[in-house]
Ligand binder design. Structure first.
Ligand SMILES: *Cc1c(COP(=O)(O)O)cnc(C)c1O
Length: 374
């Protein structure tokens, strides 16, 4: 029999307190913490596993496939995927979604050259190395968006290769969004017929479809696939994400595996059966209206943060319709307290739906008091 040692409880209580403390102040990472999934506790008593393809049955039936299908359907519709020609699954995060999409693109165009801007998430280069794909990094403009002149020039030099583009729909540091119609235009101008555009929309993808005017980033705007993170804007106790691709493309890589009685169409074997539940629950509770409210709240807080920083003499800026506020690096004490990431002299606050005006005020007051004492 398993005896419950007092020290186990003590350790857990300590850890819980530590986690609570470190969650309270953070402003630097795109992670929502205002979720409540208590209704889902009973599901932790089951070994949920959606192994294999979410859209085909498996002999292993302890899972949430139907729920996962609904989650993918929600995002396929939101991203205007082609009618009856979409497919996807709930991943372990944005990075896996990118890996999957690049894998699909490689199977379509084995000899392709991959292009992405220098502001791209670090996981992409690793994924391309894993896949053994050739790639070229494109310059970024100062706001973090891809330099389209450099893209055009570079593609022109390698015209013999099919083109795969990883477009950032919100870079990690400045949330810059590559303009999909401009990329399409370049491909057309250079008469590149074999091309594939994947949208890395880890943070932005889950809220910008609700904005007016809507940024151009989805299937009707010209992408072939998209990956988002579920634990960023929506919020989840475990990292997760969603990838949506064109079904006709995924059909080319589907291989039937008899052991699981399903199709081996995803990256991993066993797959988390709980994370689709979190996303599904959030979608049911929020509805489109709830997503829109969260987006507006975040944009409002970002506007406020930028204004207040500027009033305090700190040159803060954001890309249009973005919830990330960028400014020069702050002291070590403050960046540690608020867990602010920095890169080449700049840092940022990401105004996630749980960030309040009061929290921003407190942050700015601390910066100001430092300015006085230095
Ligand atoms: C966070 C992020 C990723 C990685 O997503 P994970 O869910 O952490 O795997 C990829 N790309 C961008 C732009 C991101 O911001």
């Amino acid at each position: 029999m398993l005896t419950v040692d007092k020290s186990i409880h003590e350790r857990l209580a300590e850890l819980l307190e530590e986690i609570g403390d470190s969650t309270r102040d953070f402003l630097g990472y795109p992670v929502s913490k205002d979720f409540n999934y208590n209704d889902l506790y009973p599901f932790f008593n089951y070994p949920l596993n959606n192994l294999g393809d979410p859209f085909s049955d498996s002999t292993y039936r302890v899972g949430t496939r139907k729920i996962e299908q609904e989650v993918v359907a929600f995002f396929a519709k939101l991203f205007r995927a082609p009618f009856n020609n979409w497919w996807g699954y709930v991943t372990n995060g944005g990075s896996e979604g990118n890996l999957y999409a690049l894998y699909l693109a490689r199977e379509l165009y084995p000899n392709a050259m991959v292009y992405f801007s220098e502001s791209t998430h670090y996981s992409v280069q690793k994924n391309l190395q894993l896949l053994g794909m050739q790639y070229i990094t494109i310059r970024s403009k100062e706001n973090g968006e891809m330099d389209y002149d450099d893209l055009e020039h570079t593609i022109q030099l390698h015209r013999q290769h099919p083109v795969i583009i990883l477009a950032n729909i919100g870079t990690t540091m400045t949330e810059a969004r590559d303009h999909v119609p401009s990329i399409k235009q370049i491909l057309k101008k250079l008469a590149i017929r074999q091309h594939y555009i994947h949208a890395d929309a880890a943070l932005s993808g889950s809220y910008i479809a609700f904005l007016q005017p809507k940024p151009a980033f989805d299937f009707e705007d010209g992408i072939d696939s998209i990956a988002i993170s579920g634990h960023k804007f929506i919020g989840s106790p475990v990292p997760c994400g969603v990838v949506v691709v064109k079904k006709s493309n995924r059909d080319r890589i589907a291989r039937s595996v008899s052991y699981i009685g399903s199709m081996d169409t995803t990256i991993t074997g066993s797959r988390n059966g709980h994370s689709p539940l979190f996303l599904w629950y959030a979608i049911q509770k929020l509805g489109e209206e709830g997503f829109r409210d969260r987006a507006f709240h975040s944009l409002k807080v970002a506007d406020y943060t930028r204004e207040q920083l500027n009033l305090s003499g700190i040159p803060a800026w954001s890309n249009p319709q973005c919830i990330t506020v960028v400014f020069p690096e702050v002291s070590k004490v403050i960046s540690e307290k608020y867990q602010l990431a920095s890169e080449s002299g700049m840092t940022h606050i990401i105004c996630m739906p749980n960030v309040s005006l009061q929290q921003v005020d407190q942050f700015i007051a601390e910066i100001k008091s430092e300015m006085v004492t230095v």
